[in-house]
Design a protein around this ligand. Structure first.
Ligand code: FAD
Ligand code: SF4
Length: 521
């Protein structure tokens, strides 16, 4: 039958079975949509990267002989939403409609409803897997249950065995341990920083995309570089992967949790992503598959002595473990997950989240970098911006909107469980075994931010005392009932009890003083 096949912006998977054969009856549609640019204010580089990658994918499919329609905002602006556009396209004698299972609940629901309506118009429809993840969509329910705590570590071991990754013939883990996280917690010293390789950047002319965004008044956030520096096709994504294997993987695990503000000016080229891969955009847009990334990294480890099991396990865990785990938790808990606010947090996100204008150097640096590049690495997201929102009780809805907009890799299925669950503990511990709250001490241990900060990290109550300290204790004190039974947090409460009640009161008063006006910090 004459078929219309929809390719969403994050479904740029050239290895999908759809593309095995060229069929005259199949027309593919890839469309820039207002509904996708407007559901939250996105970072300008994120919109540029998606549109540029979608366009490059359409051209590659055409070159391979497929019939492809690439629709820009100019073509689609007159349609109120995706179903309206599809209805119009199907009028052109189409008998069948197909789409790949979306990763976002919102789109999945929208398309399922749309297909219901098509039934009345004698147009058949089909939804097939995106063939991107290790676990097919219809297997997720075998591993995850709604509203139930799951731990990544157990899931990860199951995945290692099931897919035969870094295990021997008896299913025992290579290197004798499933997880080398303990060895992955080094701080970058001054003498280490100059050796951090600069990130591999691309440069694409996106002036036509910028014109379209202006023409259609698309509201964006963040800075635009003169050229787009993110990969926009599979070839460039593979170059990024190769660069990672050769230059970053040898120390990926060692400095996985390290943070620095010195890297930016240590050498002429910037080093803002440290030893991280920056592969998340290529993965989330599906230009690369997780299997391809994991296989390449393991092959590299097997033939290069410079890479140890500690490094490679740490990296594989992020993709085979965390990424697949987060996706499962998302699907089994949506749509309720989006409304979770277990700690009843209602404060307003400080205005400086949108311009980086705060005297707290850790937040100033992490936010500025995010605005500049649409990127921050995991510990910056979790322990700097995330930690601040957690300990000051910011409304998780506002926190989510910030994270969903600002990062080039932000798509709800991966952003939401990481933010609401892992970072804000708003799901009551479905994902994380404890709230990831930290005082200035942790930030000082893992970074050099405190050395050039307006505030004093060792102090809790003096005039310029580090706000993170008193805010942390205020948070822990406030949630004493909920947290003190958690063995992972018992030690924290013992330390609190060691302080005199007078000291405790001073710290709580200081936190209240800061909380009264977060915008001025
Ligand atoms: P690397 O450090 O090089 O790690 C390699 C890959 O592992 C990443 O590309 C990513 O695909 C995967 N990975 C690592 N950690 C996670 C994780 N916790 N969940 C899922 N995948 C993971 N990741 C996103 O892709 N999109 C998001 O919107 C997003 N939002 C986040 C929000 C918060 C509050 C936190 C704490 C984390 C978030 N993450 C998100 C996870 C993680 O921070 C990013 O995947 C990572 O920083 C991307 O940079 P990288 O490619 O250099 O990662
Ligand atoms: Fe952040 Fe406090 Fe360190 Fe300043 S002193 S950088 S506010 S942790």
């Amino acid at each position: 039958p004459k078929t219309l096949r929809l390719i969403l912006g994050d479904q740029l998977n050239a290895s999908h079975p759809w593309f095995n054969d060229v069929c005259e009856n199949d027309t593919y549609v890839i469309a820039e949509l207002h509904q996708e640019t407007n559901y939250v204010g996105h970072h300008i580089q994120k919109v540029q990267a998606f549109f540029a990658a979608m366009n490059a994918f359409a051209i590659a499919l055409k070159n391979a002989g497929h019939r492809v329609m690439y629709l820009t905002l100019d073509d689609t602006h007159k349609y109120s939403d995706l179903p309206a556009l599809l209805s119009e396209l199907l009028k052109d004698g189409m008998q069948h409609f197909e789409y790949q299972q979306p990763d976002e609940y919102r789109l999945s629901e929208q398309l399922a409803k749309f297909c219901e309506q098509l039934r009345h118009q004698n147009i058949t429809s089909d939804c097939i897997d995106s063939f991107h993840f290790y676990l097919p969509h219809n297997e997720l329910a075998e591993h995850f249950k709604a509203n139930t705590s799951h731990r990544m570590e157990f899931f990860y071991r199951t995945m290692r065995k099931r897919f035969n990754i870094l295990v021997d013939e008896n299913n025992k883990p290579d290197g004798g341990k499933w997880n080398f996280d303990q060895q992955n917690r080094n701080k970058l010293k001054k003498q280490d920083i100059v050796h951090v390789p600069a990130p591999l950047l691309f440069s694409h002319d996106v002036s036509e995309i910028n014109k379209r965004l202006n023409r259609h008044k698309v509201k964006t956030i963040g800075h635009a570089e003169s050229q787009l520096l993110w990969p926009i096709n599979r070839k460039q994504s593979l170059q990024l992967l190769d660069y990672f294997c050769h230059h970053l993987l040898p120390l990926f695990g060692t400095f996985q949790d390290a943070m620095t503000c010195k890297a930016d000016d240590a050498v002429t080229q910037k080093q803002w992503s440290l030893y991280h891969s920056r592969l998340s955009f290529s993965l989330n847009s599906k230009m690369l598959s997780p299997k391809q990334v994991v296989d390449t990294v393991i092959k590299h480890y097997q033939i290069h002595d410079s890479v140890s099991i500690t490094q490679v396990e740490g990296f594989v865990r992020q993709i085979l473990g965390w990424r697949e785990f987060i996706r499962g938790m998302y699907w089994l808990n949506m749509p309720q997950y989006k409304d979770k606010n277990g700690l009843e947090a209602t404060n307003k996100l400080p205005s400086w989240f949108w311009d980086g204008n705060t005297k707290m150097n850790c937040l100033h640096h992490a936010i500025n970098q995010s605005l500049q590049y649409g990127y921050a690495h995991h510990i910056q997201r979790l322990m700097i911006t995330g930690n601040f929102c957690l300990i000051t009780g910011i409304d998780p809805e506002q926190v989510d909107n910030w994270y969903l907009g600002i990062y080039v890799d932000a798509i709800e299925w991966v952003e939401l469980p990481n933010t609401r669950g892992m970072s804000q503990f708003a799901d009551g511990g479905l994902i994380a075994s404890k709230a990831y709250a930290a005082s200035g001490n942790y930030i000082n241990k893992m970074s050099d931010y405190c050395q050039s900060c307006h505030y004093k990290v060792k102090e809790k109550v003096s005039d310029n005392a580090c706000p993170i300290n008193s805010l942390y204790w205020h948070f822990m004190h406030k949630h004493h009932q909920a947290f003190s039974t958690n063995p992972r947090q018992a030690m924290v409460y013992r330390n609190w009890q060691k302080q005199s009640s007078e000291q405790q009161q001073q710290i709580l008063d200081k936190a209240k003083y800061y909380l009264a006006d977060l915008d001025t910090l």
